[in-house]
Design a binder for this molecule. Structure first.
Ligand code: AOS
Ligand code: ZN
Ligand code: ZN
Length: 426
């Protein structure tokens, strides 16, 4: 944990610059008749979960270049998220991956969470790799497997994840399946889908009634001819069959290039079936880059759709689960996560500023240019001072990455955990 002095003292060195930028955006919003503090309050309330597997260097299948000081167990992962939350005030939960993050002592973990002002977000199952001495393999699929033995093992694993989640007060099971085929003819599409639907229904039945199941889709990888849940339509159909607490999870990187993700978001909210988000940046596919790093305008258009849906009383969509799902080889993982959360908050803030009455009017009257300009005007507005101010007001850093570097956090973690400590997980 950082001392509050370190954060406050560093904020002081940035204060003059910050006040100048904040005064400018405040005046601008004032002229538009927008109450600045109400926007700042909404930013403060927006929390993004950090996945336990993003705290170590991700790497690729060609290699991994760790920075050192990586968290070696669940407790150290919780401490890292605690640091992130201290710095930005916007990351108050951690998502777990089972079996990587099985708690050895649930009550001690709960105490540690409390000390770091954190909760557990979702519990993620792992049927994409065989564990040591596993009795039946997932090589040819898990919940879709042709053989009862492998399928049942995957079902039991998901139910065990719910049990671990219950111990730590989670209420969300996220299912991402690496099930699919590599060659034409390998898998019977309809049968594989039905086996998956039946398996998911069995898991759903075992979940407490106040839990949510998030079903993630992905068009390719690890399989390259077909995936059993390749697209939002498949996720949606599964949710429709399984029950009202099953929801579609959109991972930004899980779309083919140029997919209109904002429209998918709009559709799912209209159906009341958008359950959550995995934020990341994508150039080609599931690149898991820093959020907002590649296509910031599209990211803004997605948030515009989200905020439109969240503010519309006619939309009956449950509150969304927000999580980052990124990890790679070249940045310090904590710095990357701070950068991602910052981009998410700034983009959310922009979406809050869109004049929805004027936009609806332009749309109704088919004023194409006006509608587009209303969005572009906000997209080009620099709102970062609002995000910094939100962080400052809750005791966080004006510039979390700068404070992280100034306080030499990574150097200290390397000192405690070693130069070659390696995080469990991907
Ligand atoms: C995989 O591509 C998905 O994005 C998953 O959500 C997640 O990255 C995985 O479960 C982490 O191991
Ligand atoms: Zn994901
Ligand atoms: Zn992914």
């Amino acid at each position: 944990m950082l001392t509050t002095d370190i954060i406050e003292d560093h904020n002081k060195t940035l204060a003059t610059d910050h006040q100048f930028k904040l005064a400018y955006i405040s005046e601008l919003l004032d002229r538009k008749g927008i109450d600045v503090q109400s926007i700042i309050d909404k930013i403060k309330a927006f929390q993004v979960a950090i996945p336990s597997w993003a705290l170590g260097t991700g790497g690729t299948r060609f290699g991994r270049f760790p920075n050192g000081g990586e968290p070696r167990n669940l407790e150290e992962k919780i401490e890292d998220v605690g640091l992130i939350h201290q710095l930005n005030g916007s990351s108050n939960s951690i998502s777990l991956h089972i079996p990587w993050d099985i708690p050895s002592d649930a009550s001690a973990v709960k105490q540690l969470l409390k000390a770091n002002q954190l909760t557990i977000d979702s519990v993620n199952s792992n049927t994409f790799q065989d564990q040591k001495d596993q009795s039946f393999s997932y090589k040819f699929g898990s919940l879709c497997h042709t053989k009862d033995e492998s399928r049942n093992l995957a079902i039991e694993h998901n139910i065990a994840c719910v049990e671990y989640g219950k111990q730590l007060d989670s209420k969300v099971l996220t299912v991402w399946l690496a099930d699919g085929s590599n060659f034409p003819g390998q898998q019977h599409f309809r049968k594989a889908y039905q086996r998956t639907a039946d398996s998911l229904a069995t898991i759903y039945e075992a979940m407490p009634s106040d839990w949510t199941m998030l079903i993630e889709y992905k068009p390719y990888e690890p399989f390259f001819y077909s995936m059993v849940i390749p697209d939002w339509g498949t996720s949606y159909s599964l949710c429709q069959q399984i029950g009202k607490n099953a929801q579609v999870l959109v991972d930004l990187g899980h779309h083919l290039p140029n997919t209109n993700i904002e429209q998918i978001v709009g559709r799912l909210m209209h159906f009341g079936r958008l359950g959550g988000f995995h934020f990341n940046g994508s150039m080609y596919g599931d690149d898991d880059l820093t959020t907002g790093s590649i296509k910031p305008y599209q990211f803004f258009l997605i948030f515009n759709e989200l905020v439109d849906g969240m503010q519309d009383p006619n939309v009956k969509n449950p509150p969304l689960a927000w999580m980052i799902d990124a990890s790679h080889n070249t940045k310090d993982p904590i710095e990357d996560l701070l950068q991602s959360v910052n981009a998410i908050l700034a983009t959310y803030a922009k979406a809050l500023l869109v004049d929805r009455i004027a936009l609806a009017d332009a749309q109704e009257n088919n004023d194409v240019l006006k509608a587009e300009e209303l969005l572009r005007d906000i997209f080009f507005t620099d709102v970062r001072a609002l995000v910094a101010e939100a962080s400052r007001q809750v005791g966080g850093a004006l510039d979390p990455v700068a404070t992280f570097r100034h306080a030499k956090v990574r150097e200290n973690l390397i000192g405690q955990r070693g130069k070659f400590s390696v995080a469990t997980g991907l």
